[in-house]
Design a protein. Structure first.
Length: 166
């Protein structure tokens, strides 16, 4: 069997870490309040229509919040956060932060030029330094529910990428 030249020496697509930064349960419950508000607006016209529209609005708002949530993943030699991505060769020193250290990293220590994907309700933060001299962002600051696993995945994938193949 002949192997196409595009696949010779190429590494298979492997996702080593993937996390959807979905909203917290309280945010979803708060968004579901849109359902009775929409139903209340249409109640004077028709109660059945109001009930159907209310349910549709509630389900639609919650579904939009969940499916529009950004995904953070380490895949194919890249760190992807939402629509942004950066090669792992330009990343160094991933640090997993929680509690007070994470609050400080999101607040007083947040560099104004850093690229950040921060979500409310998610306590953990991963800070990864950018070593590309042409990149204006000195670091990436990412929310994560499991910051230690994300930092470890970045570290492991970067080391795997730097290791020559036999």
């Amino acid at each position: 069997m002949q192997i196409p030249s595009a696949h010779v020496g190429a590494r298979p697509a492997v996702t080593t870490y993937r996390e959807r930064l979905s909203p917290s349960l309280w945010a979803i419950v708060a968004a579901a309040v849109c359902a009775p508000m929409a139903a209340l607006v249409l109640t004077p016209i028709d109660t059945t229509l109001a009930l159907l529209v209310g349910v549709a609005v509630g389900v639609g708002v919650v579904a939009a919040m969940v499916f529009a949530s950004p995904v953070v993943e380490v895949r194919d030699g890249e760190l992807r956060a939402g629509r942004a991505h950066i090669d792992l060769e330009w990343l160094a020193n991933p640090r997993a932060l929680t509690a007070d250290a994470a609050r400080t990293a999101r607040g007083a220590e947040l560099h104004p030029r850093s690229w950040h994907l921060i979500r409310g309700g998610i306590d953990g933060i991963v800070v990864v330094d950018v070593t590309d001299p042409d990149d204006p962002a000195p670091s990436w600051v990412l929310s994560s529910r499991t910051p230690d696993r994300l930092a470890s995945a970045v570290r492991r994938a970067a080391a795997t990428q730097r290791t020559p193949r036999r």
